[in-house]
Design a protein around this ligand. Structure first.
Ligand code: F0G
Length: 390
């Protein structure tokens, strides 16, 4: 197994601790040898153990999430992958089981991350299970309550930074340079190996790769990990065509579309409120190579999509995940998908939208998006009249 720098293409030995290219400081990608006849055993992330860089040490039973077919959006073959079904309620667990397994094997004692919330919640849980220390740096006042609660209850050492996520991330990189701590942000290419398993699950369930994969993008780790998964699946001869990757960003936090870092990102989707994505070059490569695109959506579109999806499909996702739905609806309305369909000879497009986190992560946002519920006296006739039954 080797590490490959995505900037200078140099290869380095995989020691588990080198996280950026020693030659040019570029981002690294893990190169796992692909088996000729792969054997998949069991369910979830570790079903694909042959394609992962470490043996299982710490697990909570991640992956194997539901793929639902959705018919209300006017698209014939739309599927959503509900990553809220993971042990801590987001896709981060797929990566964390691999990253924390590696940290345990390397005998690292202090695990650290900067986070908009979900990485912190996931790291806190997996570190607890591994019996290791977790230190999480959060942008003060910019993290949804459910995620803070998770980090606290699992016993992580929580530090609130007066600044945004990018500031916290820079501090984490500084801590790592000084030694002692092991970073479990998506800068860690081993963690991303766990996240690529989402692509494997989708291909196995649909018996092919979809035409489009739509997902929210913050630091850009997930889009690149999933793209790597599809590429490996194809390289093993298990699927034909590869999907186009559609990365969705909030209008106020869209550095990938701008083509440069943004100093004051702003969006209701706090999970993806990131101005300087650490994996920008990997994410852009995935989108470019797959001939996909970046789509931006407004906060209003995100909240409308969140509510609409919860009310029509019965699935409650956090705002960042709703951004993917909003992005997909926008692409559909713009005629982009109809054009793609014509190019494919008119057959229905198979689209998979990745719903990255559970709605209960951010209960305040949901409650604030409706009028406060009425308070009534405990009288049958009053209640009956109020709900239109009398
Ligand atoms: N969706 C959710 C729910 C997230 O929590 C994140 C990232 C993303 C999408 C974007 O994924 O960063 O790989 O492009 N959350 C990170 C965190 C930043 O700290 O929890 P990405």
């Amino acid at each position: 197994m080797k590490l490959r720098c995505i900037s200078c293409e140099k290869r380095h030995p995989s020691d588990g601790v080198t996280l950026t290219c020693p030659s040019c400081r570029g981002l690294l990608e893990v190169e796992v040898p692909l088996p000729y006849r792969p054997k998949f055993v069991g369910r979830g992330v570790w079903r694909y153990a042959q394609l992962l860089p470490v043996k299982q040490e710490v697990t909570l039973g991640e992956g194997d999430t539901r793929l639902y077919r959705c018919s209300r959006a006017g698209m014939r073959s739309l599927w959503v992958k509900c990553e809220g079904g993971n042990p801590t309620g987001s896709f981060k667990d797929r990566g964390m089981t691999v990253g924390v397994s590696l940290a345990k094997r390397l005998r690292r004692k202090i695990l650290v991350c900067a986070s908009t919330g979900n990485t912190a919640a996931s790291l806190a849980a997996y570190a607890a299970r591994a019996g290791l220390r977790a230190v999480v740096l959060l942008p003060a006042g910019k993290v949804a309550t459910g995620k803070v609660a998770q980090a606290v209850i699992h016993g992580a050492e929580l530090v609130q930074i007066q600044g945004n996520f990018d500031v916290a991330m820079a501090l984490v990189r500084g801590l790592e340079r000084e030694g002692h701590v092991y970073i479990l942000n998506s800068l860690n290419p081993y963690r991303l190996e766990g996240q690529k398993t989402l692509a494997f699950e989708v291909c196995e369930e649909l018996s092919r790769a979809p035409d489009f994969v739509v997902l929210p993008v913050g630091n850009g780790g997930n889009v690149s990990a999933i793209w790597k998964g599809f590429r490996e699946w194809k390289a093993m001869g298990l699927c034909g065509r590869l999907p186009k990757m559609i990365g969705v960003q909030a209008k106020g936090a869209a550095p990938l579309l701008a083509g440069h870092a943004i100093s004051h990102p702003q969006t209701v989707a706090t999970a993806i409120c990131i101005g300087d994505p650490v994996n920008a070059s990997k994410a852009l490569a995935a989108i470019r190579e797959s001939r996909g695109r970046v789509v931006t959506v407004s906060d209003r579109e995100i909240l409308d999509a969140q509510q609409w999806f919860a009310r029509t499909e019965g699935i409650f996702v956090e705002p960042a995940s709703a951004a993917a739905i909003a992005g997909l609806l926008k692409l559909h309305a713009s005629g982009y998908l109809a054009k793609a369909r014509r190019r494919l000879g008119g057959r229905p497009l198979m689209i998979v939208c990745i719903l990255t986190g559970h709605g209960l992560k951010d209960p305040e946002r949901a409650i604030h998006s409706i009028r406060p519920p009425r308070r009534l006296p405990p009288s049958l006739s009053v209640v009956g009249r109020a709900v239109g039954l009398k």
